[in-house]
Design a protein around this ligand. Structure first.
Ligand SMILES: NC(=O)c1ccc[n+]([C@@H]2O[C@H](COP(=O)([O-])OP(=O)(O)OC[C@H]3O[C@@H](n4cnc5c(N)ncnc54)[C@H](O)[C@@H]3O)[C@@H](O)[C@H]2O)c1
Length: 300
């Protein structure tokens, strides 16, 4: 009897909290949260030498953050940093192959000594070879996993301890729309991007249970972006679903981080579309896919 009374009490409490949380979310749609300041933060961006990472490095630096740019391409990474410095903002370039765990820890130590403790980590670097699964070699699949998902584990292991110690920080992961819906010719890529969504969600729960409340988690899933990563995009409604501009994606990423969003797509409506479609039988999802007929072709 006591058990039943306690369960009924828990269910009532859950409903009250549920309605309160919904009300809060609705209120936030009308009165958006204030942007978290990034001035004075140390923001590390992986893959800062090109594309979305480069734009993110510019954007954070222009908002007063100190940017630490990591890339395996020393030349383009240095170009990003020189351009930021020329505009009077603060940035530092480090060569780092994020697929190599030891190197990540070594370079992280150097960054701590030379720049300071990283407070915002943006795991952005990624690759996307496009071909059928049977055409992917073992080495290629391992490389995609090493960069697109394992590297996130290494950088998080390197920088999260300081964030936890200071109960201050933010981890941002660039997944993809391919991390929410599987797509032809990029099977390993999709696996890694789904894995990134899972990694972020699981880690966020781990920290919540450890009562580390001031380390934020933001996962961003952009649609096809004009950086050259997607070599042969397939877009049916090009007037309404054109390739995104990397600068616009970077703006959306920074806004999501500064408003503490947990999971967003760029553009935002795609998250609703994907979630809504999943409520229906598989065949309905196929109809929606075929209607939009967007994705990509194999690289060659
Ligand atoms: N471009 C798109 O259509 C698109 C769409 C959705 C998601 N994304 C994701 O956004 C992220 C950035 O994509 P992008 O289009 O800007 O890519 P990009 O190819 O323009 O830039 C990637 C950068 O990562 C660097 N890099 C590659 N391997 C590295 C390594 N081992 N260590 C460190 N740096 C390395 C490259 O040198 C390059 O500067 C990726 O995670 C990608 O999956 C891209």
């Amino acid at each position: 009897m006591a058990d039943i009374a306690s369960t009924v009490k828990d269910i009532c409490l859950l409903w009250i909290k549920f309605v309160f949380a919904l009300g809060k979310a609705a209120y936030r749609k009308v009165v958006p949260v204030q942007l978290k300041p990034v001035k004075g933060e140390i923001v590390l961006v992986t893959g800062a030498g090109h594309g979305i990472g480069k734009e993110l490095a510019f954007l954070y630096a222009s908002e007063g953050a100190t940017v630490v740019a990591w890339d395996v391409n020393t030349k383009t990474n240095q170009e990003t940093v020189s351009e930021i410095n020329q505009r009077g903002y603060k940035a530092y370039a480090y060569h780092c192959d994020v697929t190599k765990r030891e190197q990540v820890f070594e370079v992280a130590k150097k960054v701590r000594q030379e720049v300071g403790r990283v407070t915002i980590l943006v795991n952005n670097a990624g690759i996307m070879p496009a071909k059928t699964l049977l055409d992917h070699t073992q080495e290629e699949i391992e490389r995609i996993f090493a960069l697109n998902v394992l590297a996130h584990h290494w950088t998080i292991q390197a920088f999260l301890p300081d964030m936890k110690k200071n109960n201050h920080g933010h981890i941002v992961a660039i997944s993809s729309i391919a991390g929410l819906m599987g797509s032809e010719y990029v099977v390993p890529y999709c696996s890694t991007k789904f894995a990134v969504v899972a990694l972020m969600e699981a880690l966020q729960q781990e920290l919540r249970l450890e009562k580390v409340y001031n380390v934020g988690f933001t996962t961003v899933c952009p649609y096809v972006t004009d950086t050259g990563l997607c070599k042969k995009p397939k877009i049916k409604f090009s007037s309404v679903m054109a390739m995104l501009n990397p600068a616009d994606v970077a703006k959306a990423v920074m806004k999501a981080q500064r408003t503490n969003e947990v999971l967003v797509t760029v553009p935002k409506y795609l998250l609703y579309l994907v979630t809504f479609t999943r409520l229906f039988p598989y065949e309905v999802g196929v109809l929606v896919r075929d209607f939009f007929d967007s994705g990509l072709y194999a690289d060659s």
